[in-house]
Design a protein around this ligand. Structure first.
Ligand SMILES: [Zn+2]
Length: 434
């Protein structure tokens, strides 16, 4: 096996990686302080695992427990009470190096209903998580629970729903396990929001999925040279909005592409394989005259972004994201009527839903459908697309789209939405949109 290039090597100590991940899982409400445990299998066969009965909101590196191959335990706490199932999974799946176990609310809803979630809701969820397995109930911490779960992993599943409990997810790296965990919980939240609309979610066909996964972006690369000051400013501002979007739950670590124009012939875009929560200026990829910055991997949606910039010189930012409420409309194939409050209509205008395959072509149809006058669209089974004259402009519209979607879903619990009538809309157009 050839050694990994330095950019792909993991320099983070397993104990630090577990502390950071637990902070993130707790901060974004994907576990309670008592629920959930994480582990990493080290190259020597030892296992680093979160401790039993320690506040998940305040873990430090010293709290992490190290279980040696001979069973000897190093650390100031006992290992998580679920250590037996972690060990059993590693035993039956030598390829796995990390396990995430938690009780996030959307996945628990599936767990207590006995329904295994389908990841064909979104192409990315299917690509990241694969099919989900189901393990039958056993007492927490018991050998039997370990056997029930590990048996399903041994069949090849990497994501396993635990009956009346939660989920266990494995990866060949901690990053991969975390991404699967976050993406699966997101797919489940989207599915539940869709049901809140009274609609059974639409699932992608195998043909659609294979067209999505077959998308290849065959661009040539170029040596970008030293960045100008203007490019550095654009990169900095774009990264700030990507990280902010992650914090605001407008995108998850594996989904969403953001770009900003640098000048008439170039723009910078997020890479396809970076963690959106921690993206830095150097992670972005410069695209100039149809070529990409050598050594990097631009977002798979790069052609779509490029088509919009080519058509509209006044557009300086393109954002594709997956806020959960707007994405629920996109998987429901339900028209989002934004004639709700003045702000929504003024910012969003008419929100079209664009056919699934348009997002996987050269972007020409999308650049035709989304215009500076109608800058927001839903992508069928793919979230939202927003363009703007600045990155702030696009980001603002994305937030309005998400809050409008949430309000419409919530209004459904109260009765039905009474849209603003034509006279009110004409008055708004006269006052704000002429
Ligand atoms: Zn548990």
């Amino acid at each position: 096996m050839s050694p990994l290039p330095p950019s792909n090597r993991n320099y983070i100590h397993p104990a630090d990686e577990l502390v950071k991940a637990m902070e993130r899982i707790y901060r974004y409400s994907m576990t309670t302080t008592s629920g959930g445990n994480l582990s990493i299998r080290d190259d020597d066969g030892s296992i680093w695992i979160t401790p039993a009965r320690v506040d998940k909101g305040n873990l430090t590196r010293e709290d992490i427990v190290h279980v040696l191959p001979d069973g000897k335990v190093e650390g100031r706490h006992p290992a998580s009470s679920e250590f037996p199932f972690h060990r059993k999974i590693y035993e039956l799946r030598p390829d796995l190096k990390a396990i995430v176990h938690a009780h996030p609310v959307a996945l628990v809803a599936f767990s207590i209903s006995g329904i295994t979630p389908k990841t064909k809701l979104l192409a990315k969820a299917h690509a990241v998580c694969g099919q989900v397995g189901f393990a039958s109930y056993a007492l927490p911490g018991s050998t039997q629970l370990g056997e029930n779960i590990a048996k399903v992993f041994a069949e090849g599943f990497n994501c396993v729903l635990l009956e009346n409990h939660g989920v266990a997810i494995g990866g060949t790296s901690f990053k991969e396990a975390f991404e699967r965990f976050e993406t699966l919980e997101f797919a489940c939240r989207t599915s539940l929001k869709c049901r809140a609309l009274g609609i059974t979610p639409h699932f992608l066909t195998d043909e659609q999925l294979s067209k999505a996964s077959a998308r290849s972006v065959e661009l040539e690369s170029f040596d970008s040279g030293l960045p100008t000051t203007e490019e550095r400013a654009t990169r900095r501002d774009l990264c700030e909005f990507v990280r902010r979007g992650y914090r605001q739950r407008l995108l998850i670590s594996t989904e969403g592409s953001f770009s900003s124009r640098v000048d008439g012939e170039s723009f910078v875009i997020t890479a396809s394989d970076t963690d959106r929560a921690v993206v830095e200026s150097g992670d972005l990829v410069m695209i100039r005259r149809g070529k990409y910055e050598a050594g990097k991997k631009p977002s798979q949606a790069v052609l779509l972004h490029a088509a919009i910039y080519a058509k509209y010189p006044e557009i300086h930012s393109v954002v594709i994201a997956t806020p959960v409420n707007a994405t629920a409309f996109s998987v429901a194939h339900q028209k989002l009527d934004v004639r709700t409050i003045p702000e929504s209509y003024i910012f969003l205008r008419d929100v079209k839903t664009l056919p699934f395959l348009w997002a996987y072509g050269d972007g020409a149809e999308i650049a035709e459908a989304v215009t500076p006058e109608y800058p927001v669209a839903l992508l069928e089974d793919g979230g939202a697309l927003v363009i703007g004259r600045t990155i702030l402009d696009a980001f603002d519209r994305l937030e309005v789209l998400e809050s409008t979607s949430e309000a419409v879903i919530n209004a459904g619990f109260l009765g039905s939405v009474k849209p603003m009538d034509d006279a009110v809309i004409d008055e708004l157009i006269g006052a704000f949109l002429k």
